[in-house]
Write a protein that binds this ligand. Structure first.
Ligand code: AQP
Length: 331
């Protein structure tokens, strides 16, 4: 049976980008067709400046939102990365497989290291080595597919390279996984800066980011104030009109249809924004309602995570042990 692994980092409140680019597909498709594991990858949240209490709170919130988005513990495995030791055990082996150069080539490393330096902060070594941990997350489970947004494509390529290299050098141990991306909204852009990804770790300028738990009125305001492009004609052109293209992508993802065709239905930016706002509010409504119910019952979420971690441990352990032996460790 196909096995799927994917995750979210508790580096901030989850966004519409996380939902449309990843979580919705996990709930609507992936958990029904495969043995799927979904993880709150909390160790990844420590690669940048962090507040321990906030990471703890966001991890719980992310797990609750995964369930609110429709992940069903009867169909899939939901767990928290730090509760399964195999991720860290295998991560070191991946660091011993990867080269310094290939880690430094990662775009996310370059961007985040530059941001951190601009803030006058220090760049943590784990920011550089984080793709090795991500490779371990995936390879420990023998996952065949990794459903992610487009921003993760480069890390997935690296994971594939590491799996192939390890298998060639030390004997076949890992499945070589492949990334899958959604047909639309694989990269939802910031509403105030449509050339940047809508990202959850941004803490300063949040007016272009729709958070899953934003009140409907806040969502409406953010969409209505979205930056569009000079000119007034509604046309789908990602290069020349990234703001409008982003709105059309979001509309297509929330209400159905093809972004280019949808463009033909509008003759003003105002009308388009009104429909996008309504579609996003409707898409998020059931998720917000379910989140409120689940947040009122934390012991249920704890139990789901406990069982999830138990199952994940059982699946990962034999493969990680085999990797230890293959590398020459007594294990
Ligand atoms: N804007 C996006 N559009 C489409 N997909 C997205 N994803 C994230 N943002 C978008 C997808 O959501 C899944 C979980 O993401 P993540 O938690 O690994 O990373 P992140 O949300 O991108 O958060 P970061 O890296 O902490 O910080 P920022 O937000 O600053 O980049 C993934 O499948 C991802 O592709």
């Amino acid at each position: 049976m196909t096995r799927i692994f994917s995750g979210v980092k508790p580096t901030g409140h989850l966004t519409l980008g996380n939902y449309l680019g990843a979580m919705r597909r996990w709930a609507e498709e992936d958990q029904h067709r495969a043995d799927a594991l979904f993880c709150v990858v909390d160790l990844h949240a420590l690669t940048v400046e962090h507040d321990p209490a906030r990471v703890r709170r966001l991890s719980r919130q992310a797990a609750t939102l995964l369930l609110a988005a429709g992940l069903d513990p009867a169909l899939c495995t939901v767990f928290v990365q730090s509760q399964v030791d195999e991720h860290l055990r295998l991560s070191y082996l991946m660091e011993c497989t990867a080269s310094d150069g290939e880690m430094r080539r990662m775009i996310q490393y370059k961007e985040k290291a530059a941001q951190e330096a601009a803030r006058g902060g220090t760049v943590r070594l784990s920011l550089l080595t984080y793709p090795a941990l991500m490779a371990a997350d995936i390879l420990a489970y023998g996952a065949h597919e990794v459903p992610v947004g487009e921003d993760q494509a480069q890390h997935l390529e690296l994971t594939r390279d590491l799996a192939v290299r390890f298998n060639q050098r030390y004997g076949t141990t890992f499945v070589v996984p492949r990334a899958t991306h959604p047909a639309v909204a694989a990269r939802v852009m910031d509403l105030q800066d449509p050339t940047s990804k809508m990202g959850k770790s941004e803490q300063v300028r949040t007016s272009g980011i729709v958070y899953l738990l934003d009140e409907p009125e806040v969502v409406r305001k953010k969409v209505m104030r979205a930056v569009t492009d000079t000119g007034s004609e509604v046309a789908y052109d990602r290069e020349k009109r990234p703001g409008v293209a982003n709105l059309l992508d979001v509309l297509a993802a929330c209400a159905g249809g093809d972004p280019e065709r949808l463009a033909e239905e509008y003759d003003s930016y105002g009308a388009l924004k009104g429909d996008v706002a309504a579609a996003v509010v409707e898409t998020l409504r059931p998720l917000r309602k379910r989140h409120a119910e689940l947040a009122a019952d934390p012991s249920y979420v704890d139990e789901v995570l406990r069982r999830g971690a138990e199952r994940a441990r059982g699946l990962a352990r034999p493969r990680v042990d085999a990797a230890f032996r293959a590398l020459g460790l007594l294990g």
